[in-house]
Design a protein around this ligand. Structure first.
Ligand code: PLP
Length: 405
């Protein structure tokens, strides 16, 4: 009998955040276990609700949102995105070069499909948000990972980036604020990346979906504002800053040396048209979100819920013997290192499976973020204080009774 396998295009594509460990968690839930899911940055289930005006607006617009829109998105949303980046002094900005998508995820895939020929190389961070690596591979490209240096607060190692540029390198990707490390890049670091991209004529992609989730009075800087002579693609969205991950709303903004990106923009336009348009009711949320009261600021200030939880996770992890983690300056994750001299771990995925079995906590292993060296895991710090403290106690208990895995 004929069987149907996945296409060979997918043989190298991998997205381990939703992989083997998650499947095991599902099986355990079916058996009746309660699993604490610290594996994905999905704010709403942890009580981080969207601002009311966004919900009201979408409901209000629903009757008028039944038809397709322009493939790039509704006018009001694109104007709002344009104004958002104008305030950050990004330019030149044109409505024609702003694409609204079904989340940043869709736009990452489109951005790579529009750019890459087979064998083209893209520089990506290690650790990365693995959709980027998957999207490069799906588009036929070759992901080349540059090192982010834990000793330097997980900032990209520019010398390593430089070493990895070849004649096939087309672009460099930054994730800032970073998932999974929580690093927020300084202007000096961004400037070094711009200099490298300028020298090698690379396109710049900057995934800034966490640009409002910044702690300790630090500031986010949009790299596109420093690189008007380069072709820059900045990505952002509503999933995290406005806690509506389920609405699937994001944007891609192409700025800079647009005369060098005409063909690329043609490609993006074609791909945008092929999927007709992004989900229309939720496109209406963009203007209200960006123009309304920024309630996220209340959550990230020192006494805000998200900042307090960041501290609990950071302190809780560092208090465990042989576990350490750099303090995240942004986003919603702690990326913890396991001292493998202290704990014998054959494989970081096995460690996650063991923690899941014993403590009923679902985490993601470091190698799922395309980090091959060392042993790490990512903790989402979205649960309420009491639950998060409980999870830290359980992890401490797990490591104090550790059996080699
Ligand atoms: N980019 C990064 C760095 C992320 O962490 C995520 C989700 O976790 C996404 C993109 C996907 O976002 P969206 O919900 O807009 O598809």
């Amino acid at each position: 009998m004929r069987t149907f396998e996945k296409s060979t295009k997918l043989s190298d594509v991998c997205y381990d955040i939703r992989g083997r460990v998650l499947e095991q968690a599902r099986r355990m839930e079916e058996e009746g276990h309660r699993i604490l899911k610290l594996n994905i940055g999905n704010p709403a289930p942890f009580g981080f609700e969207a601002p009311d005006d966004i919900l009201k607006d979408v409901i209000h617009q629903l009757p008028d949102a039944q038809g397709y829109t322009d493939a790039k998105g509704i006018y009001a949303a694109r104007v709002a995105v344009m104004q958002y980046y104008q305030q950050m002094r990004v330019g030149p900005l044109h409505l024609d070069n702003i694409f609204i998508g079904n989340g940043v995820s869709e736009l990452i895939v489109m951005a790579m499909q529009a750019l890459l020929d087979d064998g083209d190389e893209v520089l990506l961070p290690a650790p990365d948000y693995p959709l980027w690596t998957a999207a490069v591979r799906l588009a036929g490209g070759t992901p080349v990972h540059y090192r982010c240096d834990e000793q330097a607060g997980w900032f990209p190692d520019i010398a390593d980036m430089e070493k990895k540029v070849t004649s096939r390198t087309k672009a460099v990707v930054l994730i800032n604020p970073n998932n999974p490390t929580g690093a927020v890049y300084s202007p000096a670091l961004l400037n070094d990346v711009v200099t490298l991209a300028r020298k090698h004529q690379l396109m710049l992609f900057s995934d800034e979906i966490y640009d409002k989730i910044i702690y300790d009075g630090q500031q986010h800087h949009c790299i596109a504002s420093m690189a008007e002579d380069l072709v820059c693609c900045t990505l952002g969205g509503l999933s995290k800053n406005y806690r509506v991950a389920g609405f699937r709303v994001g944007w891609l903004v192409v700025t800079g040396a647009l005369n060098r990106a005409k063909g690329y923009l043609d490609g993006l336009n074609m791909l945008a048209s092929m999927r007709m348009c992004a989900n229309v009711p939720c496109q209406h949320a963009i203007q209200t979100a960006l123009g309304g009261y920024q309630s996220i600021d209340d959550l990230v200030k020192p006494e805000g819920r998200l900042c307090r939880q960041r501290d609990i996770a950071f302190e809780g992890l560092n208090a465990i013997d042989g576990i350490s983690c750099v303090k995240p300056s942004g986003a919603m994750y702690c990326f913890a290192r396991v001292d493998t001299k202290r704990y014998k771990v054959e494989n970081d995925e096995l460690l996650m499976l063991d923690i899941l079995e014993r403590e009923k906590i679902l985490l993601v292993h470091g190698s799922a973020f395309n980090l091959q060296d060392g042993c790490y895991f990512r903790v989402v710090f979205l649960p309420h204080e009491t639950q998060l403290r409980g999870a830290m106690d359980q992890l401490a208990h797990y490591f104090s009774h550790f059996q080699p895995v």
